[in-house]
Design a protein around this ligand. Structure first.
Ligand code: SF4
Length: 438
């Protein structure tokens, strides 16, 4: 059993949409895109929406949306369609299958062979128009109805219908205050331990990121939009009462909200625990860290990415000194763990850059009073970003990992670069003109 669910009763003529997260529920239950669509569609009187995950639920509706957060999830599309008895080939099925999410935003063409349409937009902006068009065109011959529906929605900005739309267009909200909030966030009763955020309510104070790191697709998605503090307080009040949660996850890429400290103070005043994901050290002064500590968070996550010179070249304008100052501030507050994320395989990352990165890691580790966890991952160039054309080179990455292992091993720092092959697969899929699935 899950709570809280939006209760809707079946009646003749009701329309149904399934929103599919093509991976496991322990992570997918917290996907805000899925929750936005679940709330949005169920709030329309003659519509009903169910969530389907790779390991729970089954596709049963004739309008089905997939959200792709991570390219290797493409492989779960044929599995999930076949489980529901639906053909992967558009021409052979009566159902209408569409996709959205970050992977589709970055490369709408990759899945166009299999999708009836693609959403390159904020769902709140386009989905009501799509559902209205579905209702108008659903009567009569199924094939004809589908054709008319697709022809009609091809005219909606942010909807790409392969074979009808001339080229992909996008559409983003100007302000989040104009969008409804997904207050219903169902989680299983007796939550299993592996559910990534635990028994928490997701709060999205802002969408997008004002920084423009050359490797990151986030700035491509409509710029930064914020929710007003007043609206945020209202969402916290209603969301906590409805979901009966004691913890809030700040669902944001960089948490640059101008009232970020006031948001944290408000959560503390309501005796709510909270967790801020990755922290921008240049925005996190001592007071900000004190608030995070008061909110019960024990681990801080930062992403220095690489050595300072290369960091500036790839658009992340943060000095080593700012990271060290951050560690000093965190030391005074007795956090349990500081997690630091780095990348290898970045263009221009030569031996000198790796030596400076190793020196940074050694110094940061020595400074940290908390347990310091270092994660080094292969850089995956994403389409649309300024580093999109860089080629993923497995050999170079393995060589760099070895070089770093030598440098850090001398200081007793051990690490393993995980998933080089998977990262290559992600890169190939992300840049595919047309993904081939079976
Ligand atoms: S890496 Fe982080 S700070 Fe940089 S653009 Fe992406 S989300 Fe923003």
């Amino acid at each position: 059993m899950e709570l809280p669910l939006i209760q809707k009763s079946w009646k003749k003529g009701i329309n149904q949409l399934d929103i599919v997260y093509p991976n496991k529920k322990f992570g997918g239950a917290y996907n805000l895109g899925v929750l936005i669509i679940y709330n949005l569609v169920n709030n329309i009187p003659n519509w009903i929406c169910s969530r389907v995950f790779l390991d729970e639920g089954k596709i049963t509706s004739s309008l089905v949306g997939f959200t792709f957060q991570y390219e290797p999830d493409y492989y779960n599309l044929p599995k999930m369609l076949s489980k529901a008895g639906i053909s992967l080939e558009k021409e052979k099925r009566k159902q209408i299958i569409f996709a959205g999410g970050p992977c589709v935003n970055a490369n709408p063409n990759a899945l166009s062979k299999y999708m009836d349409f693609l959403v390159i937009a904020d769902a709140e902006l386009v989905l009501p128009k799509v559902l209205a068009a579905y209702e108008v065109n659903k009567a009569g011959d199924e094939k004809e109805a589908k054709k008319n529906f697709l022809k009609e929605i091809a005219g909606i900005s942010g909807i790409f219908v392969p074979g009808i739309s001339s080229k992909p267009s996008c559409a983003y909200l100007k302000s989040l205050d104009e969008a409804p909030y997904p207050l219903y966030q169902p989680l299983p009763v007796g939550l299993p331990k592996d559910y990534v955020f635990g028994n928490a309510f997701l709060l999205e104070p802002e969408r997008g990121c004002p920084f423009v790191c050359k490797f990151c697709p986030m700035p491509l998605r409509g710029g930064v939009r914020i929710r007003s503090l007043e609206k945020i307080k209202d969402i916290i009040g209603k969301g906590i009462a409805l979901n009966k949660r004691k913890k809030v996850i700040l669902y944001t890429a960089s948490f640059t909200h101008p009232a970020r400290k006031d948001i944290l103070k408000y959560l503390i005043s309501k005796n709510l625990e909270f967790s801020v994901p990755s922290i921008k050290v240049e925005l996190a002064d001592r007071e900000f860290l004190e608030l995070i500590k008061k909110g019960g968070q024990r681990t801080l996550t930062i992403a220095p990415e690489c050595n300072e010179e290369l960091r500036f070249k790839i658009g992340k304008h943060v000095k080593d000194e700012q990271y060290f100052k951050f560690i000093e501030n965190a030391n005074g507050l007795s956090f349990d763990t500081i997690k630091m994320y780095f990348m290898i395989g970045i263009p221009g990352q030569d031996e000198k850059a790796l030596e400076e990165m190793a020196a940074f890691i050694i110094k940061a580790k020595k400074m940290c009073r908390a347990e310091c966890y270092v994660s080094i991952n292969p850089f995956v160039p994403k389409p649309g970003t300024m580093l999109s054309s860089h080629k993923f080179d497995e050999k170079v990455i393995k060589k760099q990992a070895k070089y770093l292992q030598n440098l850090l091993g001398k200081e007793g720092i051990r690490f393993k670069v995980q998933g080089v092959r998977q990262a290559k697969e992600e890169w190939v899929l992300a840049h595919s003109k047309e993904v081939i699935l079976k």
